[in-house]
Design a protein around this ligand. Sequence first.
Ligand SMILES: Nc1ncnc2c1ncn2[C@@H]1O[C@H](COP(=O)(O)OP(=O)(O)OP(=O)(O)O)[C@@H](O)[C@H]1O
Ligand SMILES: [Mg+2]
Length: 221
Amino acid sequence: MLKLKSIIKSFNDGESNLEVLRGVSLELVAGESLALLGASGNGKSTLLQIAAGLETPDAGEVLILGRSLATLGERELAQLRRRHLGFVFQQFNLLPGLNVNDNLLFQRRLNQQSDHDDWTDEIIDVLRLAPLLHRPVEVLSSGQQQRVAIARALAHKPKVLFADEPTGNLHDSLSHQVMTLMVKLVAESACSLLLVTHNLEMASFANRRLLLEDGQLHKVV
Ligand SMILES: Nc1ncnc2c1ncn2[C@@H]1O[C@H](COP(=O)(O)OP(=O)(O)OP(=O)(O)O)[C@@H](O)[C@H]1O
Ligand SMILES: [Mg+2]
């Protein structure tokens, strides 16, 4: 489903070169979830962005559903992302000018999926979005925005789901319900989940845990 081979990434600000990823490899099969732990600034979001084709690595290869991202054109990559990937961004990245409902259904509509089915009903229910559906996303609190961001990433039933600190602004019991919902998607639609969290309890929902440190992945003992 998702394969990263020897990913290398540095950022250069003109004065210094920051090596963020120094040869990161991982594989996620269908129905598997992986939690990525690591201190702030260790490159977790960078790794997620590269894995989702939103950022290009300096070296190494990313394969999603057996296709090497470097071989895809802009259009093919956009299509792959739209149909098969879901992304919960750390900064939410909701679509301004649209209300909660239109944000939630955005990818489903692009994919010509129906507006509502049992899955969207369940997402709206678990994330308590019913009272918010017609509100513009600009006026929402950060916890509300986070719930919409999670709903939007899940609604089209992606094959690979990337979630960057998805429960950071949510209280404990809602965090548990959100993780349960994600794990359900993973199990029921043989999706793969790459989850970034610094919360060990949230990480325990995943099948595996790895620590990103010094640009490399380490087993969590
Ligand atoms: N576009 C960029 N240009 C320059 N430096 C960047 C860029 N993106 C990330 N960095 C740097 O790369 C390092 C890793 O950033 P990243 O956002 O991946 O960390 P993170 O592990 O997600 O941290 P956090 O837990 O705080 O979200 C940081 O030092 C950051 O400043
Ligand atoms: Mg981050």
